[in-house]
Write a protein that binds this ligand. Structure first.
Ligand SMILES: [Zn+2]
Length: 107
């Protein structure tokens, strides 16, 4: 057995694993960005839908009941994303967010 060759092979493998690890890291970052972008768009969409709903119900000054939009935001929060203005659309990494909770409770 050529020990030199085996060592070279292991070193080569180590290098490739290092590269793969780096690639995995950047993919993970990209997925994170996409998820956050997606949640931001969802929030935006719900806000626009709510505004539209409120506008169509404007006549008579009836207070508009909380619609589907609100449910969607609550769901998004429970999926682990911020829906508050402070951290807007980013992933919740530290448990509950007081800004989100107060936003969801007053909406
Ligand atoms: Zn929040």
């Amino acid at each position: 057995m050529d020990k030199q060759a085996v060592f070279a092979q292991v070193a080569n493998l180590e290098e490739r694993i290092g590269e793969l690890y780096g690639e995995l890291g950047s993919l993970k970052k990209k997925i994170m960005e996409l998820l956050e972008e997606n949640s931001k768009l969802q929030i935006e969409n719900e806000n626009l839908r709510n505004r539209l709903e409120r506008q169509t119900h404007k006549q008579g000054d009836v207070s508009v009941p909380l619609g589907e939009g609100f449910d969607a935001l609550a769901r998004l929060y429970h999926e682990g994303f911020h829906v508050c203005n402070v951290h807007y659309g980013s992933m919740r990494t530290e448990g509950d967010c007081l800004f989100c909770l107060s936003f969801l409770h007053k909406s």
